[in-house]
Design a protein around this ligand. Sequence first.
Ligand SMILES: N[C@@H](CCC(=O)N[C@@H](CS)C(=O)NCC(=O)O)C(=O)O
Length: 195
Amino acid sequence: MQLYYTPHSHFSRKVRILLEGLGVPVELVNSGDTANLDPARFGHSPLMRVPVLRDGDIWVFDSDVIAAHLVRTLDPSDRFAVLRHDITGLNARSVMNGVMTAEVELLLAARTGLETNGQRRFDKARQVIAAGLEWLEQHEGLFAGEPDYLCFHLVSMWEHLHRFGYFPPLALPQLTRHAERVGELPIVVATRAAS
Ligand SMILES: N[C@@H](CCC(=O)N[C@@H](CS)C(=O)NCC(=O)O)C(=O)O
């Protein structure tokens, strides 16, 4: 099994933490700069994004689809609640994906030479990040139990926002507590990029 990823990619990281949690070995293939225009770098995914999973002849695009595929094939008990159906949990997943996407938009715009300050489109992306985090703080109880896929998602988003300087000036005491607790898990530490 191969996972196309980058060491800092937060979408890849939630899958990598899940793989660690399941104890499933995977060959990591570094796609390099995600602004690249060569689909071969991304396992020929037409979306040219990471992560992409190759499982034998099967190619899987998108982090949550990869997570669902892994659990369906390797962990029928779904111990990390990847296949959950509750609407609040699924909304939290959508909010975190939306925050992470907004951050990617800002990051790749800046990396490819666009000015992001004073542009309404990018102001909205920053607002999505702040509003998304506030929504998650209001629903922090979702992260309070045994660490599950939603917690892996939280810590991946959280550490990435801090690392790249997109964390808004907000006090989020409960989320901070959960993200720090999850951040200490060996399976999370094992997937943290060195620099
Ligand atoms: N919905 C996708 C989003 C993946 C994504 O945006 N990945 C970023 C890296 S963290 C990327 O490769 N971006 C390249 C681009 O947007 O051109 C998923 O969940 O896997």
